[in-house]
Design a protein around this ligand. Structure first.
Ligand SMILES: NC(=O)c1ccc[n+]([C@@H]2O[C@H](COP(=O)([O-])OP(=O)(O)OC[C@H]3O[C@@H](n4cnc5c(N)ncnc54)[C@H](O)[C@@H]3O)[C@@H](O)[C@H]2O)c1
Length: 442
């Protein structure tokens, strides 16, 4: 076997603190799940770090370890949870309200969840119109809010005797904001914090506070948060890994599974209509057109990039893509997403595909939070800083360098992720060429 250099990775010793701004449906489902798994009451279905394997070397070598046995990850027993919210409910009360997990399961991890009490959030209704937070910090400007968050983080670290920390944004979707002048570099951004610049949303203040302390930060919502040059600069300065945006679950996950298949077989698509009903707090927030706009942008970009209409105009030039989300309280967290896909084949003959996905949003998102926490911590210990494109697998709108296009195809994303793990450990990249096995290559 060809010897490759290994990346030096610091060991995963001690406790890893996982803080989530937002202690709502997704984050409490993640935390309750980890507690239940630790007690042997459930299995970590959907988590690549816990269940996934990785092939190494040639197919004839039969080396296929579990990912968690291949790279040094924190174990579930090493995790300590905390977070911020704009309501005072502890994680148990919040999980009950969210109504994702059964009461029986929640009771079995009640003391652990009750001990997770949120810290006061940084919040303004200017950025999330549908929520009226009652448990929020007050300060004279955004710079002071950032300092208060940094104090929270440091206090949490000391009180829990943590070795390392990661932060995963699980808060609500904010209104749509574009990159402005204030986001162009760190100096302008810090000036903006001091001057209460209106284009600095609360989620950006959390990201700033974390990165200033060199803590890895992943963004689970479509908010602009840390996807602009000022934050890339800060992340490089403090050697912090960053990733985002918007957990890839539900309907978009289905799109990035189906669309690469159509393109692979050169099947044309001229219409893709997607609609959803959901009744949780996220659904209520997204009922506001300004928050929906942020989500819509994130959901729409996916097909365009996967299908590449510029390269395949006969197949995808006329694609009409529409996404709707409707708030419908009776469904709670159990979303229903319908897709009508108008496709065409040989000689242009039309066909249709209907997808009706009765999905559970937070059940799909929770393992993503776990994997991101563990992989972002791994990245930090491997001294990877800035944008972690190899974690695009988990996001609807992967953060990417301006000169590159993002990769949305789930299968390419998975290959990229696994090749990064192989690279870290000095294992050969797997190309699937097969030249080692067949004579006709010679
Ligand atoms: N569930 C999914 O499948 C999925 C997929 C992609 C993205 N997301 C995103 O993840 C986020 C969380 O989703 P959810 O279903 O848990 O929503 P949720 O409404 O249950 O939880 C969000 C929590 O964030 C809190 N919050 C809002 N602003 C805050 C702030 N500034 N500081 C601290 N806390 C704040 C809210 O009070 C709420 O408790 C949303 O932005 C959602 O769009 C979810």
């Amino acid at each position: 076997m060809q010897q490759m250099p290994q990346v030096e990775i610091a060991p995963a010793k001690g406790k890893l603190g996982v803080l989530t701004p937002g202690l709502g449906a997704v984050s409490t489902t993640f935390m309750a799940g980890v507690f239940a798994i630790r007690k042997g009451l459930a299995k970590p279905i959907g988590s690549l770090t816990q269940m996934g394997t990785i092939r190494l070397g040639k197919r004839t070598e039969n080396r296929v370890p579990k990912i968690k046995d291949f790279v040094p990850l924190a174990t579930l027993d090493d995790l300590v949870f905390g977070g911020w919210d704009i309501f005072e409910d502890n994680a148990y009360e919040s999980a009950l309200n969210a109504g994702v997990l059964e009461k029986e399961l929640l009771k079995s991890v009640r003391p652990e969840l009750e001990s997770i009490k949120p810290m006061k959030g940084v919040f303004s209704r200017d950025y999330v119109k549908k929520l009226d937070g009652t448990y929020i910090k007050s300060a004279k400007n955004k710079w002071d809010y950032a300092r208060m968050l940094m104090e929270d983080i440091q206090k949490f670290k000391e009180e829990n005797r943590l070795d390392r920390m990661v932060i995963v944004w699980c808060g609500s979707t904010e209104i749509f904001l574009k990159r402005g002048d204030v986001h162009q570099n760190l100096e302008k951004f810090e000036k903006g914090l001091k001057e209460n610049h209106p284009e600095i949303a609360p989620s950006m203040i959390y990201a700033y506070a974390a990165l200033k302390l060199g803590i890895p930060y992943a963004n689970g919502a479509p908010n602009l948060s840390l996807d602009y040059p000022a934050m890339y600069e800060l992340a490089k300065q403090t050697h912090a890994p960053i990733s985002g945006k918007d957990f890839k679950t539900g309907q978009t996950l289905m799109k990035t599974i189906l669309a690469p298949g159509f393109k692979a077989r050169l099947i044309g698509v001229n219409g893709w209509f997607s609609t959803n009903i959901l009744g949780n707090r996220d659904g209520e927030v997204l009922d506001d057109p300004e928050s929906f706009k942020t989500k819509e942008e994130s959901k729409l970009s996916v097909l365009e990039q996967i299908l590449q209409p510029d390269l395949y105009p006969e197949l995808y030039k006329n694609l009409y893509h529409k996404v709707r989300i409707n708030y419908y309280p009776p469904r709670g967290d159990n979303k229903e997403g319908w897709d009508n896909i108008d496709i065409f084949g040989w000689l242009g003959y039309p066909m249709q595909i209907k997808v009706d996905f009765l999905c559970r949003d937070s059940i799909l998102a929770a393992p993503i939070v776990l994997d991101l926490a563990l992989f972002m911590d791994l990245a930090a210990r491997a001294k990877f800083s800035g944008i972690q494109e190899w974690l695009s697998f988990y996001f609807k709108s992967p953060i990417h360098l301006p000169e590159l296009y993002p990769e949305h195809d789930l299968f390419i994303q998975l290959m990229k992720l696994k090749n990064t793990l192989r690279y870290m450990k000095g294992e050969e990249q797997i190309t699937h060429l097969g030249a080692d096995y067949y004579e006709y290559y010679r």
